[in-house]
Design a protein around this ligand. Structure first.
Ligand code: WT7
Length: 634
């Protein structure tokens, strides 16, 4: 059993152990898992080369640690509770035994289709249990899954499929989301028509609508599954073999396919899940994140299932049929731990307390948040109205790259402070540095957040581009992993995440590179150039503000061009990346050397009309006043 810390003294003691003897600490945790062969070496690392290996030489299959390790005791316990989009549709429960059978069946299907260890499989599915089955079946046969969030456009899906060189795509006819039906297969078809690596598509029937099936390529999921195939012998994997690829945005270039390992990721997600949420036997745990993001991978699928937990997955959205839906689900299934994003809390808070009438919420023990800074008002609302002042809140800071939670309270153990992620978890060695990379030691400091020592859950590379991995994360500050976040350590040694210090924005917990949005906008034939910045948004955390230079628009006027820019972004990335504000300008504030002065645009986007600092290097200082005027009129 993975050890669980239960007191503050225990945390302090274990933390000390974990940083003075990290290899001893992690090998002890790793002993709780089932390895076909134990490691030859616990850790090998060299940050200057972006080289990190944990449990080298060990052999395992992660699904044996989910199933075989638990079936004897937990075979009849629910592994997944699935709550459909429509509350009138029957929910589903899959016990560990039942999920195991489905995973084995689907592993046999993948093998029959010629998928082998190391092959990449792209998954583009809505939030249905088959998504979990597909991921675990890949893991069982040693294929590398790449789940793509079903809100991404055909273009984004195609790019990701192509980048990973996936042979197979697993998708569905459509998906339900609130009152909408999403044409998943149509988007998948468009994506596949532009990338030729995919030879087969497995299509799950979810909405039942009429869709075209391309013969020789598309096959229905239900026609492939053979009821007899209930046992598939798991493929032996090396601890360092890739488990999955997950794409995320950075400040420059195309999205990066972060690669996560098998052994280290397993140990880290299971350990952090159990300790942060203080999960206990029989608890019902509900993570509202989509599996298309890292939170869903680590804390809906792998962490909970590796811990023998019951993990609730929800197909729909928090505001449909009404804004009480989360709370109904919590009461209906007697949820004990609930994990969601600040943006969801803020949007529900804005809709008023009447949606909490008649909701009991008695079962709740722990509340969690993730993905963006939580402001104090939202923290208090969550604490008072959802947690009824008795549930600790775990504000968990981490990233796609870190694989698991890094800085967070452990529920009920670490004393909390609103909007503070509080303290590093075991084995995590944060280092705050100034712009020059000088470590800022002691308390009451503010700077850039780095991690100075490896942890088992960290990403190992960027798919197909290790140099970019080294450059992005390990070259800003020598011998440290650079997170891209600003942070404050207060007088008590508590950490508060201040947000990104690079050109990444966080919109409703979705991570987007400003360059990515600019590229999409610049595709528009009437656009000369553009600059995108984030601005404070009361619900989304950050909104997207686009300054767009276009000199030749005529048809449709300003409104027409705004709408077509929105469409362009929606088509290139996905509807969630649509700008909140588009200001058409005649030029951008640039230095004489042609560099856009983003800090000025950031201030204008925030609503400032003066005090732009030193503008003497600007090529055309008048443009600033013109943009300010236009912003005011927007
Ligand atoms: C970025 C990572 C980690 C799962 C979801 C997001 C921001 C994440 C917090 C938090 C303040 C947070 C950071 C980070 N972030 N959690 N508790 N408080 N900011 O993963 O898409 O890789 O985004 O999200 O800026 O760098 P992601």
């Amino acid at each position: 059993m993975v050890p669980k810390i239960s007191t503050l003294g225990g945390y302090i003691f274990e933390y000390q152990k974990s940083v003075t003897n990290p290899t001893g600490f992690w090998s002890n945790i790793a002993e709780s898992f089932y390895w076909r062969k134990k490691w030859d070496d616990i850790l090998e690392w060299d940050f200057s080369k972006g080289h990190v290996q944990w449990f080298k030489g060990a052999k395992l299959n992660i699904t044996e640690n989910i199933f075989e390790r638990h079936l004897f005791f937990r075979g009849n316990q629910a592994a997944i509770i699935w709550e459909p989009n429509n509350p009138n549709e029957q929910h589903k429960t899959l016990t560990y035994n039942e999920l195991f059978v489905e995973v084995n069946r689907f592993a046999a299907v993948l093998t029959r289709l010629g998928i082998k260890k190391g092959d990449r499989v792209a998954i583009y599915l809505p939030m249905v249990p088959e998504l979990v089955v597909a991921m675990l079946a890949c893991a069982r046969i040693g294929a590398v899954h790449s789940v793509i969030f079903a809100g991404f456009s055909a273009q984004s899906l195609g790019e990701r499929i192509q980048d990973a060189g996936a042979k197979l795509l697993i998708t569905s006819d459509g998906g339900f989301r609130g009152s909408k039906t999403i044409p998943i297969k149509q988007i998948a078809d468009e994506a596949m028509s532009n990338c030729h690596c995919v030879s087969t598509a497995i299509v799950l029937k979810r909405t039942g609508e009429d869709i075209p099936m391309t013969s020789g390529r598309d096959i229905w999921w239900h026609e492939l599954v053979n009821e007899q195939e209930t046992n598939y012998h798991a493929t032996e994997m090396d601890a360092e073999d890739p488990l999955f690829i997950l794409y995320t945005s950075g400040s420059t270039g195309k999205p990066k396919g972060l690669v996560h390992s098998t052994g280290g990721y397993m140990v880290y997600t299971a350990y952090t899940f159990k300790n942060v949420f203080q999960y206990g036997d029989g608890d019902i745990y509900f993570c509202s994140a989509d599996i298309g993001w890292i939170t869903g991978h680590s804390y809906l699928v792998y962490g909970p299932l590796l811990s023998g937990a019951t993990s609730l997955m929800f197909e729909g959205i928090p505001t449909w049929p009404d804004a009480g839906r989360f709370w109904d689900i919590i009461d209906k299934h007697q949820v004990n731990q609930f994990y969601t994003a600040p943006t969801a809390i803020r949007s529900l808070m804005a809709l008023g307390l009447e949606w909490l009438d008649n909701k009991k919420l008695h079962s709740l023990k722990v509340l969690g948040t993730v993905g963006e800074p939580i402001n104090e008002a939202a923290w208090h609302w969550y604490h008072d109205h959802i947690g009824k002042n008795r549930c600790p809140i775990v504000d968990t800071w981490w990233q796609t790259e870190t694989g698991g939670i890094m800085i967070s309270p452990m529920a009920g153990i670490t004393p909390t402070k609103p909007s503070y992620a509080t303290m590093p978890l075991m084995g995590i060695q944060p280092m705050i540095v100034d712009q020059e990379g000088k470590p800022l030691l002691g308390n009451s400091v503010e700077g850039n957040l780095c991690i100075s020592y490896p942890w088992p859950g960290m990403a190992r590379t960027i798919w197909g581009d290790h140099d970019r991995f080294v450059k992005t994360y390990f070259s800003t500050y020598p011998n440290m992993y650079f997170t891209g976040d600003g942070v404050k350590r207060d007088e008590d040694g508590y950490y508060r995440i201040l947000g990104r210090v690079d050109d990444v924005i966080n919109v409703s917990g979705h991570r987007l590179g400003t360059a990515e949005i600019e590229n999409a906008i610049n595709e528009h034939p009437l656009v000369d150039e553009s600059a995108v910045v984030g601005f404070p948004h009361p619900i989304k955390g950050q909104g997207i503000y686009a300054f767009v230079v276009c000199t030749h628009f005529s048809t449709g006027g300003v409104e027409g061009i705004r709408n077509s820019i929105m469409m362009a972004v929606s088509n290139m990335i996905g509807p969630f990346a649509k700008p909140d504000k588009i200001q058409i300008v005649t030029g951008l504030p640039k230095t004489r050397s042609g560099k856009i002065m983003r800090r000025i645009l950031l201030k204008i986007a925030e609503g400032k009309t003066s005090d732009f600092g030193d503008t003497t290097t600007l090529l055309d200082p008048d443009i600033v006043q013109e943009i300010v005027k236009g912003a005011h009129a927007l």
